[in-house]
Design a protein around this ligand. Structure first.
Ligand code: SF4
Ligand code: SF4
Length: 311
């Protein structure tokens, strides 16, 4: 249940208590909660992130208990069989709708699935969904496709009359996805969200406030040469890090089963959890962007105080 540390804390439970609560909730349900997973303007990276959770026991428990009825990349069925399953599930309602990828608004023809506009499928499936999850940065806010000509938007710009849970980052963090689904299965509702639809339990703190390079930012020791061993641990601001403007728990949760994450690998944070990723964060690997200049201006004005003073 390591996936659920944040979830347990939000529910006021220990992880062990959460484990039994979820197990009970799932055991009490004779039917597996159905899931429809749509893919629009995406690269399938979030599906890959999700599929990476198939082997650990916690995710196996969840996956064994879910009924994924429709998923264009993972499902074995195809053609009329797949379409019939989709239609049956939509008609019955009560499913968890996961949307991966953005939706074009400039012209429907930018994203058609089986001859239908993807936008229509999102509208249709949204009607009878019990919960709607925008999986990854593209589905949440438009993501990388929003930097192109398709007028790409996130799910909540198409489904406006129901809450949409946004799980940005590029790709989605599997812990965020599994933890959010668990929260919904356990409580029957969405976790507390911030004002842009992200679960507070995962997106409540700045990367910058948990970064191990923070001492060097505070003391203006910025890495300029990756080949200089003396600078190895210095702050990556000059290399375009947007951690001071990015709310996500990557520095604490880390990625790939807790192995590592962007900044500890030597790459600055690209701000992929924020609504204006990708355009608003570019150029990514220099401090020449408006965003980076703004970060430094705030530092100089004392608006990003050193950590020890912050406490
Ligand atoms: S700017 Fe980036 S690398 Fe530097 S302390 Fe902040 S989050 Fe860490
Ligand atoms: S550290 Fe930044 S760029 Fe990396 S995954 Fe987290 S939010 Fe995205």
């Amino acid at each position: 249940m390591k996936y659920c540390a944040g979830t347990a804390a939000v529910l006021g439970l220990s992880e062990l208590e959460l484990f039994s609560k979820v197990s009970e909730a799932l055991a009490a349900s004779s039917a597996k909660p159905p899931v429809i997973w749509l893919e629009g303007q995406d690269c399938a990276g979030c599906t890959i992130s999700f599929a990476g959770a198939l082997n650990p026991p916690a995710s196996s428990l969840i996956l064994d208990k879910l009924s994924i009825r429709y998923h264009e990349t993972l499902m074995a069925g195809a053609g009329y069989l797949a379409e019939a399953t989709y239609e049956e599930t939509v008609k019955a309602g009560g499913y968890v709708l996961c949307v991966e990828g953005s939706i074009p608004t400039a012209d429907d023809r930018f994203c058609m699935v089986g001859g239908r506009p993807f936008r229509e499928m999102v509208e249709e499936t949204g009607e009878k969904a019990a919960a709607i999850i925008a999986v990854g940065a593209c589905a949440a806010y438009g993501g990388i496709p929003a930097a192109g000509p398709t007028g790409a938007v996130g799910v909540n710009k198409i489904i406006k009359h129901k809450p949409v849970i946004n799980l940005p980052t590029c790709p989605v963090h599997v812990d965020h996805l599994v933890g959010t689904v668990l929260y919904f299965l356990t409580t029957g509702k969405a976790p507390p969200l911030d004002d842009i639809g992200r679960p507070k339990m995962y997106f409540g703190e700045l990367i910058h406030d948990n970064c191990r390079r923070r001492y060097y930012f505070d003391n203006e020791m910025f890495l300029t040469d990756w080949n200089d061993p003396a600078q190895k641990n210095w702050c990556l601001y000059e290399k375009g890090c947007k951690g001071p403007d990015t709310y996500a728990d990557c520095a604490v949760r880390r990625w790939n089963d807790g192995q590592n994450y962007c900044i500890d690998c030597g790459a600055g944070c690209m701000g992929c959890a924020e609504p204006d990723f990708y355009d608003g964060m570019s150029p990514l690997y220099t401090a020449e962007s408006e965003r980076s200049r703004n970060i430094m201006a705030r530092k100089k004005a004392g608006l990003i105080p050193p950590l020890e003073k912050k406490a």
